[in-house]
Design a protein around this ligand. Structure first.
Ligand code: THU
Length: 141
C-alpha cells in the first residue's frame, strides 16, 4: 500500500462509495458493494451492485460506476474507492479489474470496509500483464 498514491480526495471518495452502497440491489447474495470514481474533471461517479433473478446478470458496483462515468462523457480517471462489509478491504473481481484497466491502469484504487480499514493499489498492480487496447493496435494480422 502506497499512501503517496492516495490523493486528497480519498475521504470524499470513500464516503461517496459508502453512500452508493446503501442503494445496492443485492437480494440474492446479500453482499452490498459501493464504488465511487473520480474523473479528471473533478466529478465523482458512483455505482452499486445490481443483481438479477437470473443470477449471472449481476453487475458489480465498480462497473456500474465506470459505465455511469462513460455515459456522462468521462474517459480519464484519477482514483476509485470501493467498499463492502468485510473484515478486510474488498478486492474487486477479475471482470472489474479488466474494465478498470481499459481506462485507467495507473489509477489508485482505495479498497475499504465499513470500519474504515483501507488498502490502496494501482489497477495495473491488481491486473498485471493485462490485455488492453494497446494489444489491438499492435495486431499484425
Ligand atoms: N461484487 C461487487 O459489486 N464488487 C466486487 O468487487 C465484488 C463483488 C458484487 C457482485 C454480486 O452482486 C455480489 O457482490 C456478490 O458477488
Amino acid at each position: 500500500m502506497d499512501e503517496e498514491l492516495c490523493g486528497e480526495k480519498k475521504a470524499e471518495l470513500l464516503e461517496a462509495a459508502l453512500k452508493a452502497r446503501e442503494n445496492a440491489y443485492a437480494p440474492y447474495s446479500r453482499f452490498q458493494v459501493g464504488a465511487a470514481l473520480l474523473a479528471d474533471d473533478g466529478k465523482i461517479y458512483t455505482g452499486c451492485n445490481v443483481e438479477n433473478a437470473s443470477y449471472g446478470l449481476a453487475v458489480c458496483a465498480e462497473r456500474v460506476a465506470v459505465f455511469q462515468a462513460v455515459l456522462n462523457g468521462a474517459r480519464s480517471f484519477r482514483a476509485m474507492a470501493v467498499v463492502a462489509a468485510l473484515d478486510e478491504p474488498v478486492p474487486p473481481c477479475g471482470a472489474c479489474r479488466q474494465v478498470l484497466a481499459e481506462f485507467a491502469p495507473e489509477m489508485p484504487l482505495f479498497m475499504g470496509n465499513l470500519q474504515g480499514k483501507i488498502s490502496c493499489l494501482k489497477v495495473k498492480d491488481l491486473l498485471p500483464y493485462a490485455f488492453g487496447p494497446d494489444k489491438l493496435m499492435e495486431d499484425k494480422g
